[in-house]
Design a protein around this ligand. Structure first.
Ligand code: AMP
Length: 398
């Protein structure tokens, strides 16, 4: 893997694909969460400190038909310029005469931000001509957008064809791939995967893939109830995918054959409606009365899961244990987050990833107490499922 540390960027114009898909305030259009801007700073600074210049390209939101004011990347220039402590130039179109001229005039230390790539439908189509137009703006290609690495878009994948021998992993991208590889290829045992969230169907591939690597799989969240129903339990009106009952049984059978221990939450916090102000109580997870639904793992399950986590050397966590966004149903996810942090403090390697688990670990203030929080979402899941990510593959190929 060639990272930006393998090159001195002095006098070079680096075209850097970043993930600046940040949330903006609806009224003021100011950046409300700078996490993704901050994540890119080390890569940008390294290039500038070497004496190079940086051309930044990103998408923002999901514009449908060309340019839309609320998705313009110009709204992030103020925040980015403050973080970098220097002026940033902005090109109103990511390709075309203006971008070309601004890029050609960019001197060492200069930073040019291009307008939203997705204002051109060619971006998501992976259009070759569009990729070429972008490529013409810089001397070197750096990809630092792991969050879109599973997409074969023009700026994330196709563009790399135009930089043979001149393409590099940025620090974010390299960190993500290194940490995912640690879990996939050199995990110390016992290795525990914690899988939660709403749907079994979203996580089947990851569970199947992990069966070949882990010692134990903890299953929580809404998806656990499909397993309880498959085993003949009563789950009331809990989330359930009735077309996945056979699959759930098959997964349990495969685990048995492979010697992988599956832990399901023996008890649940159940509620009489899907709402923070619902009545709630503890119930065995396979004896949930009609009209009630499981919205969090219960105290016995929390204790049981925590013991498994604390005896693990490698931990991968994807998906919350319950509806953690609502106070009364957040305790299970919090207990698991705390156990992962505790296991990490005594030497385990912990990787947290996939959208909501990262949000949960941040919510409980534990992001600094686990080994790595992935920004990847879908990209991390696909990587762990064993799929090749176009954004990564295209950087590796020469
Ligand atoms: P996912 O995107 O599949 O990881 O699912 C995350 C979402 O699942 C979160 O918004 C949780 O609120 C939701 N969730 C977790 N547990 C449950 C549950 N028992 N019932 C309903 N939704 C749940």
């Amino acid at each position: 893997m060639k990272t930006i540390d393998d090159l001195n960027f002095s006098g070079k114009k680096a075209l850097v694909r970043v993930d600046f898909n940040v949330p903006l305030d609806k009224a003021t259009l100011e950046v409300t969460d700078q996490t993704r801007l901050k994540a890119a700073l080390n890569t940008i600074r390294k290039i500038l400190n070497d004496g190079g210049s940086v051309i930044l390209m990103s998408h923002l939101g999901r514009p449908k038909n060309g340019p839309e004011e609320r998705f313009s990347l110009k709204h992030i220039t103020k925040a980015l310029s403050q973080l970098l402590d220097r002026k940033i130039q902005f090109a109103n179109n990511c390709v075309g005469e203006e971008a070309k001229e601004m890029a050609s005039k960019l001197g060492p230390g200069g930073v040019l931000l291009l307008e939203n790539l997705r204002f051109h439908p060619e971006e998501e189509k992976g259009d070759q001509i569009f990729a070429r137009q972008l490529a013409d703006l810089g001397d070197i290609y750096v990809n630092d957008a792991f969050g879109t690495a599973h997409r074969r878009h023009a700026s994330t994948a196709e563009i790399a064809n135009f930089f043979p021998g001149r393409k590099y992993f940025g620090y974010v991208m390299a960190g993500e791939v290194d940490n995912a590889n640690k879990v996939l290829n050199s995990a110390q045992k016992p290795f525990t995967a914690i899988v939660g969230g709403a749907k079994v169907s979203d996580k089947i591939l990851i569970i199947e893939q992990l069966m070949n690597k882990v010692s134990s799989i903890i299953i929580g969240g809404g998806m656990a109830y499909t397993f309880f129903k498959a085993m003949g339990g009563n789950i009331g009106s809990s989330l359930c995918e009735d077309d996945k009952l056979d699959l759930a049984n098959n997964l349990l059978e495969t685990a048995k054959q492979k010697g992988v221990k599956i832990y399901l939450p023996s008890d649940s916090i159940i509620a009489d409606k899907f709402s923070a102000d619902a009545n709630n109580k503890v119930s065995e997870s396979d004896q949930i009365p009609d009209g009630w639904m499981g919205l969090d793992i219960g105290p016995k399950a929390s204790k049981n899961f925590s013991q498994v986590i604390l005896s693990s050397k490698t931990i991968l966590w994807n998906g919350p244990m319950g509806v953690f966004e609502m106070g009364p149903f957040s305790k299970g996810t919090q207990a698991i987050a705390e156990s992962v942090a505790e296991a990490t403090s005594t030497g385990a390697f912990s990787l947290i990833g996939g959208g909501d688990s990262a949000a949960a670990i941040n919510k409980f203030g534990l992001a600094g107490k686990v080994s790595y929080v992935s920004t990847g979402g879908g990209a991390l899941l696909e990587y762990i499922e064993g799929k090749k990510l176009p954004g990564v593959e295209m950087l590796l190929k020469d």
